[in-house]
Design a protein around this ligand. Structure first.
Ligand code: OGA
Ligand code: MN
Length: 314
């Protein structure tokens, strides 16, 4: 099942930490996807044991949900830094003078820097609609994202869920011939590809140069658990050595496979939820909501520190 390299001793220690720190599966029918964490206050400095528990929970569940975390920006950044080095929000289209938040925060809202709703046809809003497509954060960067931490400050009255797909389970469910076929493939990822899917091609020359395609493995092995997962994203627009239509149709098939309902959890937000996911083993997407309602979410992002090319599948 693709778990042959998992170290049983590592898993036993992982489970002990997870159980002793109140991290429980949200859905008992899916005991290894999405953990709910209780008894931890993310606004203050965490102990080493708490930091270890968060990492262990991430290794086990891929996504962790924390409720009632009344974080301000500084506290969110401080907590995120306790887990590892952050990446900067260089993937968004916002110019320096238009930014509402500091470079450590990705602005996942529909607001301008004065806190006003963006007009429906605003370029920044239309670019942000790329989040409605299944993706893994920053796969368009040479060194992509590790964890993303999304804090819900204000949510719309309806809609705007975030869905997560378990790419470990999706990999395990492939047939053997497909596993062999994908094993060593390299994809090219760019935000120009993902926005192109939605018909957004309003890029400057500087943006096109900044977001030139990067290479990522299609199959990654998690460095701690040893599990394999599919590394897919809307940003993936080609497979090295493959004719384009064949590459794109195969990637569509794989995405369709990986986002079947049995692999997907839909998070219905409450204000002050913090949801953290491991971009190495999941994809996610936003769901639509009324553009006349405010949705203010802020994301800090941990860097993977190395390219996926350095996380060999074999
Ligand atoms: C993100 C993202 C989805 C959402 O923060 O990276 O894709 O529901 N968010 O806002
Ligand atoms: Mn995202």
């Amino acid at each position: 099942m693709g778990c042959d390299r998992v170290n049983p001793k590592f898993y036993r220690i992982l489970m002990e930490i997870v159980i002793s720190h109140n991290i429980n599966p949200i859905d008992p029918a899916r005991p290894t996807f999405i953990g709910e964490v209780s008894g931890i206050d993310l606004t203050r400095h965490l102990s080493d044991a708490e930091v270890a528990a968060v990492h262990a929970g991430m290794d086990r569940f891929g996504v962790l949900v924390f409720h009632d975390q009344h974080l301000d920006d500084e506290q969110q950044i401080a907590f995120s830094r306790q887990l590892g080095p952050l990446e900067e929000a260089t993937g968004d289209i916002m110019s320096e003078k238009d930014r509402r938040l500091s470079m450590e925060l990705n602005d996942i809202s529909n607001l301008d820097k004065h806190g006003e709703l963006l007009p429906r046809d605003d370029r920044r809003r239309l670019f942000g609609l790329g989040n409605l497509l299944w993706h893994s954060d920053s796969s368009f960067k040479d060194v992509p994202a590790k964890y993303s931490l999304l804090s819900a400050r204000k949510i719309p009255s309806t809609g705007g869920n975030t869905e997560f797909a378990d790419m470990r389970a999706a990999y395990d469910a492939l047939d053997d011939a497909t596993k062999a076929e994908v094993h060593d493939l390299i994809c090219s990822h760019s935000q120009i590809f993902s926005r192109g899917i939605l018909g957004f091609d309003d890029f400057t020359d500087a943006e096109r140069a900044k977001w030139a395609p990067v290479r990522q493995r299609l199959v990654r092995r998690h460095p701690n658990t040893g599990r394999l997962s599919l590394y897919l994203a809307s940003h993936a627009g080609g497979i090295e050595g493959w004719p384009m239509p064949e590459a794109r149709s195969f990637l569509r098939d794989l995405n369709e496979h990986a986002t079947q309902r049995q692999f997907v959890y839909a998070h219905v937000w409450r204000p002050w939820d913090l949801v953290m996911w491991d971009n190495r083993v999941t994809m996610h997407r936003a769901r639509r909501y009324d553009p006349k309602e405010v949705r203010d979410m802020r994301r800090t992002t941990l860097s993977n520190e190395v390219s996926s090319l350095e996380q060999w599948a074999n």
